[in-house]
Design a binder for this molecule. Structure first.
Ligand code: SF4
Ligand code: SF4
Length: 74
């Protein structure tokens, strides 16, 4: 399954990724990271691993996109 990993300590909670995701896979979570930002959570099986969230995120290292392996069942 495609999935996106949010590295919560790098996230500044700007929500650019939330607005940019065409599949609405990213949501503002309820947690607060160590520097006081409300980090984003990934919540969806609809993710196409398009990478848009990765490209819009201004924080290097906050998002990693994992594309489903070819042999993996959905
Ligand atoms: S990779 Fe694409 S579909 Fe998946 S969470 Fe990011 S923007 Fe959304
Ligand atoms: S774009 Fe990056 S910094 Fe902004 S909320 Fe999303 S993961 Fe966090």
């Amino acid at each position: 399954m495609n999935r996106v990993e949010i590295h919560k300590e790098e996230c500044k909670g700007c929500r650019l990724c939330v607005d940019a995701c065409p599949k609405h896979c990213l949501i503002p979570g309820s947690g607060i990271n160590n520097i006081g930002y409300q980090f984003i959570e990934f919540e969806s099986e609809r993710c196409t691993a398009c990478g848009i969230c990765y490209y819009v995120c201004p924080e290097l290292g906050a998002i990693t996109v994992h594309k489903k392996d070819k042999g993996e069942t959905p």
